[in-house]
Design a protein. Structure first.
Length: 119
């Protein structure tokens, strides 16, 4: 199950949390309904630009804001020289290896990282 966006409308088509196995690292984006984005690609770009893999329609988010890289040990977040920076657990970072439950603040959007194997 993979998240996809309709670039014309900016609408998201998200799988439900129950359709994603517990083995994939993922981001949980609060809301009603909550969105769950599985991290299945080697690199996932977060931004507000049309080319971003995960689009956040937020003026505080750069077009290509940050990327999540799958590594042997888990997932590494890398800020892509964004204007407003990327914050993990309240600390502005350029790069950070993510741990289960880490909170990412990108623009006005807060996301929670869930590591592979965690529910």
């Amino acid at each position: 199950a993979e998240a996809s966006a309709d670039p014309a409308s900016g609408a998201y088509h998200q799988p439900t949390a129950s359709s994603i196995g517990p083995t994939q690292p993922r981001l949980v984006i609060p809301g009603n309904p909550e969105r769950v984005v599985s991290l299945t690609r080697p690199v996932t770009v977060i931004g507000r630009g049309a080319d971003a893999d995960l689009r956040l329609p937020d003026t505080g988010v750069s077009r290509a804001h940050a990327e999540l890289r799958l590594t042997e040990g888990g997932v590494r977040l890398v800020d892509l020289d964004s204007t407003n920076g990327t914050v993990v657990n309240g600390r502005r970072v350029r790069e950070s290896d993510l741990a289960d439950g880490d909170r990412l603040d990108i623009g006005a959007t807060s996301l929670t990282f869930r590591s592979a194997g965690e529910q």
